[in-house]
Design a protein around this ligand. Structure first.
Ligand code: ASP
Ligand code: MG
Length: 441
């Protein structure tokens, strides 16, 4: 059985919902995870912002705009009065509930209950629409099985135990619809899997039911070459190892967050990224297989990087020096991406430079600090196991005419990163692409 997830834009209008239903009604039993209609989660967050500002009237007024959008969608979606009424009743129930919640003092629990309402509406609407068409659609209530344990992480054992009795894997052609994103915490209060969490719902369900495949449908062609950050030999990347996809996630490729991939990786469930706008395209398969050992899959780049170097004779043979340096970045909540060290210095890269001045100030206690701005990380992703030979040489050869500020390899078996000037990015990408991909042909 397959698990399919459709994001907010894919269910963003009556027309898009119809498109999704057409796509999923192929006679195969499946579980379909839906996000809230696009814009809804943000709108519900805005609703809670009014409440934070003690403006319940503003919140309620704001909710009527959102409700209008739902009324409009219902009008377009259903062709019978009966189902339009059923959907209207459900949506009204949600909005009345929201307006009731607005009268209560805002707590963290209440806030989470509010932002869970989007997925409740989208799943009810799609299920009713399918039933109107005479399809065997069954709504699953994700609160019945999606649970976090006391450490705040999804409890796969609990999920499996509580989901399996709810689904009949042999029911021919039945389509289960479940809310993405929402869950209960270990105390039984409404919680969620963080923004964008519907992908995570899908991989968790996939792991729980031992799915043959988890499909993540977006309306953007994720790993395609038209994404300017990714270049390869001008064809889309059709296959990635879980580790390779984790490496690429940083580069903003429309790809799964490594956390969302984890359940699939652990259970070996293949994940396929597909495009709602081009449903027959093969998409990108992510699994635990390395199709071709030593193969380089993609080159990705990220601009707007700042390099910070701290050089100090005190670092030689000292311990605790790096901790002090890293602590400065931690204090200013700035995450470090690349790191290179020598015996007497360390260079790191950051992409958030809002606290750079303070960081530099503090680092000057430990050594001489140099900053290089407008840099770009270029990362080569593939099976780069250190025991293989030749790929470092090829990558370095490609960079022979380009000033390289940092090189990092060995953090994982799947990535070599170069830090170059933004202005040299195009040249570097082209040269790497020629050396790495065209050389194979
Ligand atoms: N609706 C939630 C969000 O907008 C979850 C999701 O779309 O995956 O973040
Ligand atoms: Mg989303």
């Amino acid at each position: 059985m397959k698990v399919l997830k459709f994001g907010g834009t894919s269910v963003g209008s009556a027309e898009r919902m119809k498109g999704v239903v057409k796509l999923i009604s192929d006679g195969e039993t499946k579980i379909v995870v839906l996000s809230a209609m696009s814009g809804t989660t943000n709108s519900l967050i805005e609703f809670t912002n009014y409440l934070k500002n003690q403006n319940a009237i503003g919140a309620c007024e704001h909710s009527t705009f959102l409700q209008d959008k739902y009324k409009h969608t219902i009008k377009e979606l259903y062709s019978t009065e009966e189902y339009a009424q059923k959907a209207t009743a459900k949506v009204s129930e949600v909005f009345n509930h929201l307006r009731n919640l607005a009268q209560q003092p805002l707590t963290e629990n209440l806030e989470k209950e509010i932002i869970a309402q989007g997925e409740i509406m989208s799943t009810n609407m799609v299920t009713l629409y399918m039933q109107e068409l005479g399809l065997d659609a069954v709504l699953l209530n994700s609160f019945d099985f999606m649970r976090l344990s006391s450490n705040g992480e999804p409890d796969l054992g609990y999920i499996r135990e509580h989901l399996l009795p709810l689904v009949d894997l042999d029911a021919k052609g039945r389509i289960y619809i479940a809310q993405g994103f929402v869950c209960l915490n270990y105390l039984g209060n409404i919680d969620n899997l963080q923004r964008g969490g519907s992908d995570y719902t899908a991989t968790l369900i996939g792991a729980a039911v031992n799915a043959s495949e988890v499909q993540i449908w977006t309306d953007i062609d994720g790993m395609h070459n038209n994404d300017p950050r990714i270049v390869d030999n001008t064809s889309p990347v059709h296959h990635l190892h879980f580790e390779e996809s984790a490496e690429l996630a940083y580069f903003g490729a429309k790809i799964l967050h490594p956390t969302c991939i984890l359940p699939a990786k652990l259970t070996g469930t293949p994940v396929r990224l597909l495009n709602t706008m081009d449903p027959s395209a093969q998409g990108t398969l992510i699994d635990n297989n390395l199709t071709q050992p030593g193969e380089i899959k993609a080159i990705a780049a990220k601009d707007g990087i700042t390099a910070v170097k701290i050089k100090s004779g005190r670092m030689l043979l000292a311990y605790g020096f790096l901790r002090k340096v890293f602590e400065v970045f931690e204090t200013y909540k700035t995450s470090i991406d690349m790191i290179c060290t020598s015996e007497v210095g360390v260079s790191v890269s950051i992409d958030d430079d809002r606290k750079l001045e303070q960081i530099v100030d503090e680092l000057q206690k430990y050594g001489t600090v140099t900053v290089d701005r407008d840099m770009c990380i270029i990362c080569v992703v593939g099976d780069l196991n250190w025991e293989h030979v030749g790929f470092e040489a090829r990558a370095m050869e490609a960079m022979k005419d380009i000033p390289v500020r940092m090189v990092s390899y060995g953090g994982s078996n799947y990535n070599i990163s170069f830090l170059v000037r933004e202005e040299d990015k195009e040249r570097a990408l082209r040269s790497l692409s020629n050396t790495i991909f065209n050389a194979k042909k």
